[in-house]
Design a protein around this ligand. Structure first.
Ligand code: MSP
Length: 510
């Protein structure tokens, strides 16, 4: 059985999660569910990044002890993931002892290799980004080049990792592996960065006198580990490095690291070099999606423009939010979160196209055949279905888009088939068939639609798991016994309440 290892970033637990965090995690969950559906053995890792000044400051301003504070915020993340049906296999916390042991092992190994040394460190620190900058990078301004906020100056002795030693290796590696960073624009960005900048060695320690909240630096007890160096190691520690050799052997390297473009450089420059220095294989792909903005700016706690995913799911439902996030914007681009487009998607795609199709067909099945619709011998598809079903075309193209993380395109194409089914009902006028007592034709007509809906239900499972199961249940089927291709089999209808009631747009103003 093929394995597939998927990760999300470890989210900072200085504040509760928002739509941006939900987005990456829903993408990762959709991929995990998709791969499992295809029979692969998936390991899906998510978790929390809990060390460093940013978190310590947030705890201080809440008046709580740091561990108590992070425990509370971690609960909010776990609750949200449960609410959004996130099927992760492990939730890693950087405060977990197995992770801390792995970080120490990494540093000791790199030191034995001669890749770590001590020197003076002068830099500017952006606390919200936990990023560090040289005077040259700031170009005369004391503002973070990533987020534009103020930075503070640092001048101290620290430990460094020899990043620069691996610069030419990384360039060669990336040139030979153009698919290792996706989408393509992000790959080009990293290549451009490497061409225009010389890599400086990475400062990987912080003196305890200044930053006390971190993993003890194993080479010197006056220091803790730099939070980013600590956090990146989760991708191996979470898969068993330094704790479960068998698991690690099975799942490493990661098949896909998901994140947004803001933290691409850490994953596309620092991380591969760390792995190379450790003699470990590199992840197959780093996928950096765009940002969800609200009121024109990247959503973030410090900007105060966040949308709370729990409120959205309470109002509109979990699957509606999952569908909207995956369908609304092509995965590499930025998007604006507004209620109007969300409600339009719910009303048109979910309530009208999918919901109505299902209920019209279920109603007719009950009305004309008391809910029992059999395939009989004539289970050929109607001519209008041909382009989708011949040679498993619908499944094949859906698979291609899902495998390449083009979720919005996969769904767009699937909805074309749903549209064709709706049109087929209009054109066939089943009520006439009934009136003229052409019951064989009517049953085959309904059976074909039920079979088409069954295929749709299978395909949407990674995107809307509850909806997929609800549809199959009403068809008298169960996901695990089903296939995504046209096949014989009877239906035994058990109609339930509509999946997506229409929402009154006028109630919501953007
Ligand atoms: N702790 C680091 C990551 C360490 S990974 C080893 C960090 N944490 S974070 O809480 O700031 O999360 C950043 C990630 O959250 C982004 O890369 C993205 O996956 C997600 N998002 C946060 N805000 C987002 C948007 N507004 N839009 C889309 N994704 C967003 O960086």
């Amino acid at each position: 059985m093929a394995k597939f290892y998927i990760t999300t970033p470890l989210y900072y637990v200085n504040a509760s999660p928002h739509i941006g965090h939900a987005y990456t995690t829903v993408i990762a969950d959709c991929t995990a569910r998709w791969r499992r559906l295809k029979g692969e053995e998936v390991f899906f890792l998510t978790g929390s990044d809990e060390h460093g000044e940013k978190i310590k400051k947030a705890a201080e301003s809440s008046g709580k002890e740091v561990k108590v504070f992070v425990d509370e915020i971690v609960k909010n993340f776990e609750n949200l993931w449960q609410r959004l049906n996130i099927s992760y296999d492990r939730f890693i916390r950087t405060t977990d002892s197995y992770h801390q042991a792995a970080v120490k092992k990494v540093i000791k190994t790199l030191a034995e290799k001669g890749d770590i040394y001590k020197a003076n460190y002068q830099a500017y620190h952006c606390i919200p980004c936990e990023s560090f900058w040289t005077p040259t990078q700031l170009a005369g301004k004391e503002l973070c080049p990533d987020c534009g906020r103020g930075v503070s100056q640092i001048d101290e002795e620290n430990y460094f990792f020899k990043l620069s030693k691996y610069e030419s290796w990384l360039k060669d590696y990336l040139k030979n592996n153009p698919d290792s960073i996706m989408p393509k624009t992000r790959y080009n960005e990293v290549i451009g960065f490497l061409e225009n900048n010389q890599l400086e060695d990475l400062c990987i320690s912080r003196p305890k006198l200044r930053v006390s909240w971190g993993i003890d630096f194993p080479l010197d007890d006056k220091y803790v580990v730099y939070v980013w160096f600590d956090a990146l190691i989760n991708y191996i520690s979470g898969a068993g490095f330094a704790s479960d050799e068998k698991k690690f052997k099975k799942f490493w390297p990661a098949d896909i690291h998901f994140m947004a473009k803001d933290i691409l450089r850490y994953h596309a420059v620092f991380w591969p070099i760390m792995l190379k220095a450790l003699d470990l294989e590199l992840p197959r792909m780093v996928f950096a999606h765009g940002w969800w903005k609200f009121e024109g700016e990247k959503m973030s706690k410090s900007r105060g423009n966040i949308v709370n995913p729990l409120e959205v799911t309470d109002q509109f439902g979990v699957d509606a939010l999952r569908y909207f996030l995956l369908r609304e914007i092509p995965v590499g681009l930025d998007g604006n979160f507004f209620y109007k487009p969300l409600i339009s998607r719910i009303n048109s795609d979910l309530a009208n196209d999918l919901g109505n199709l299902l209920y019209r067909v279920l109603n007719m099945s009950e009305k004309y055949f008391q809910g029992k619709v059999i395939s009989g011998t004539a289970c050929f598809w109607p001519p209008v279905f041909e382009p989708f079903l011949k040679n498993g075309q619908l499944f094949k193209s859906y698979q291609e888009y899902m495998d390449s993380c083009q979720f919005s395109v996969a769904l767009e194409k699937l909805w074309v088939f749903i549209g064709v089914m709706n049109k087929y009902i209009e054109e066939q006028k089943p009520w006439v068939l009934f009136k003229e007592n052409r019951l064989d034709e009517l049953e085959h007509f309904l059976w074909s639609l039920l079979e088409g809906i069954r295929i749709v239900a299978w395909l949407i499972f990674p995107v809307m798991p509850q909806t997929s199961e609800a549809i199959l249940r009403q068809l008298g089927r169960e996901l695990k016994a089903e296939s995504p291709n046209w096949s014989k089999g009877d239906f035994s209808i058990k109609k339930e309440a509509p999946l997506f009631p229409r929402i009154d747009l006028d109630q919501y103003v953007d």
